[in-house]
Ligand binder design. Structure first.
Ligand code: GLC
Ligand code: CA
Length: 544
């Protein structure tokens, strides 16, 4: 019997591809739920709310960094890779969380920050103590700040250079992010090995994989932009080999904000680099489509995005804990986005928008629901950002990206039911404040955004075509997005109206016939469909 036909291998492969049918939820522990009354969310708080997440339909949580850190970049500046930040609890709490997640049949991935450490990490402290310290070579040093001059600045609102001067030893060190985040030197074999040990440590504790932070910048080479270099891909392949050989079934998800052509390289040859990658280009185009009332931006990016291999999967998202990045948008697109989405200049950070989903889409439930339906039905695995399922807003008075990381709004009572103490950050006020937007009231109200999203998640769960099927665009007027997803003997047809007027979609003749309307759960014979502004349909049939 050949490999491909062995039922056992087929079944185990289906199981290892769990991430294709998953629904991810990005969770910021500090803002989720406080159980020890210190104003900071903690691991026990995550455990306490797992039932809520399961009720919503989440199958995998992604935790933002939970390691010891001086918090100069909210935990993306790690000072100890083998422990838990004291605000969040202990390693034992973490082990219990993993267990509780798994007991519910859910999964958990954590953030893996390879590119840099905190300047408080003992490696960097040793490295900067003298030029001859054995750890000196763990970081990237130079006598001049002119090296790698072709490299862009990512945190351009704060930093003026990717080099920082170290007074004591009289050299510069390299950092792609804040000065307080020195880049590790991946040319050093010891660094390469250290980071694989970190990986093994957390996988041995049972995590189901990693969202790999900033994997684009591991190596530096003169004369390049130091992004996505062949050396970087080679190291990422070593990382994948550890998964394939020692931890099959765990997943690697790339946070690489690049154009589709460079981005696709992070999948390697289909089974030797990342399993998943965030689809940044699609995310930007969804917001552009809303701004233009036209589906063309989405249609064209889907057509430019190559189909991924059997084991590969896009992670599709609308918002996350960072600014909505427009680094890869064209200048004209960026201008259009600023006009539509940044009426107040305070909303712009670096090149992006530090805003939440609901206010970006004008608090309009039709648009918010449609945007969610899109990421649930386009090729890939959806990743929801905490709080967006109830339509939370941002607090622009908080600096940097903190305005989109405010405490989860559980109830309309004091401190939004997040803590009994003073919350670590000011809550959102006004129309998006917890008196208007909170979990309690939405769970009680069948017409709420929470229930709309929940219903979609449960429909999706029964339809593997959404996570695994291929896609084909259907001809439609420019304000409509229409496509077919096909998997095994099932065909889905999805149609979205992205504009403010009612539109008609006529199915191609050979597609007309009997369908199950998944949203209404009824059988219909369909030739054409009338779509009200921002409405959509999901239909299914068996066969071609
Ligand atoms: C990623 C994270 C961001 C962080 C940066 C540096 O882009 O999403 O929050 O600041 O990496 O680690
Ligand atoms: Ca706490």
């Amino acid at each position: 019997m050949g490999w491909a036909t062995s039922p056992f291998l087929f079944a185990s492969n289906m199981k290892n591809l769990w991430y294709k049918d998953a629904v991810f939820y990005e969770l910021y522990i500090r803002s989720f739920y406080d159980t020890n009354d210190d104003g900071h969310g903690d691991l026990k708080g995550v455990i306490a709310k797992l039932d809520y997440l399961q009720e919503l339909g989440i199958t995998c949580i992604w935790l933002l960094p939970m390691y010891p850190s001086p918090l100069k970049d909210d935990g993306y500046d790690i000072s100890d890779y083998y422990n838990i930040h004291a605000d969040y609890g202990t390693l034992d709490d973490f082990k219990r969380l993993v267990e509780e997640v798994h007991t519910r049949g859910m999964r958990i991935v954590t953030d893996l920050v390879l590119n840099h450490t905190s300047d408080q990490h003992p490696w960097f402290q040793a490295a900067r103590s003298s030029r001859t310290n054995p750890f000196r070579d763990y970081y990237v040093w130079s006598d001049t700040d002119k090296k790698y001059s072709g490299v862009r600045l990512i945190f351009g609102d704060v930093e003026t250079s990717n080099w920082a001067w170290d007074e004591a030893t009289g050299q510069y060190y390299w950092h792609r992010f804040y000065t307080s985040q020195p880049d590790l030197n991946f040319d050093n074999p010891a660094v390469q090995a250290e980071m694989l040990n970190v990986v093994r440590f957390w996988l041995n504790l049972g995590v189901d994989g990693f969202r790999v932070d900033a994997p684009t910048y591991l190596f530096e080479r003169e004369g390049t932009n130091c992004e996505s270099l062949p050396e970087t891909h080679a190291y990422l392949k070593r990382l994948r080999a550890v998964i394939n050989e020692e931890f099959p079934g765990r997943v690697l998800l790339a946070e690489s904000n690049q154009q589709p052509r460079e981005l696709i390289e992070y999948f390697g040859n289909g089974h030797d680099e990342f399993h998943m990658a965030f689809n940044f280009p699609l995310m930007t185009r969804i917001f552009l489509a809303f701004a233009e009332g036209n589906a063309e931006p989405i249609r064209s990016v889907i057509e430019q995005t190559p189909q991924t291999g059997e084991e590969c999967q896009w992670a599709i998202f609308l918002r996350n804990h960072d600014e909505l990045t427009l680094e890869m948008a064209s200048p004209a697109e960026r201008e259009h986005m600023y006009r539509e989405y940044a009426p107040d200049p305070k909303m712009i950070l670096n090149l992006g928008l530090r805003r939440r989903l609901a206010p970006l889409l004008k608090g309009d439930h039709r648009r918010i629901e449609l945007a969610n339906a899109l990421i649930l039905s386009l090729p890939g695995t959806p990743v929801l950002y905490y709080g967006d399922e109830i339509g939370m807003g941002e607090n622009l008075d908080l600096s940097d990206r903190n305005g989109v990381r405010t405490p989860m709004q559980w109830t309309d009572s004091e401190n939004a039911g997040f803590t009994k103490a003073k919350p670590f950050a000011e809550l959102v006020t006004g129309e998006y404040g917890h008196h208007h937007v909170n979990v309690d009231s939405q769970v009680a109200e069948p017409d709420s955004l929470f229930h709309a999203i929940r219903r979609l998640l449960f429909i999706r769960k029964d339809q593997p075509a959404f996570g695994r099927g291929d896609i084909q665009m259907l001809d439609a007027p420019s304000s409509l997005l229409a496509f077919k997803r096909k998997y095994l003997d099932v065909t889905m047809v999805c149609v979205y109206n992205l504009c403010t007027t009612s539109e008609t979609f006529t199915l191609p003749e050979n597609e007309q016939g009997g369908y199950i309307n998944l949203l209404e759960n009824e059988e219909q014979v369909v030739e054409s469909i009338q779509l009200e502004p921002y409405s959509y349909v999901w239909m299914k049939k068996y066969g071609e």
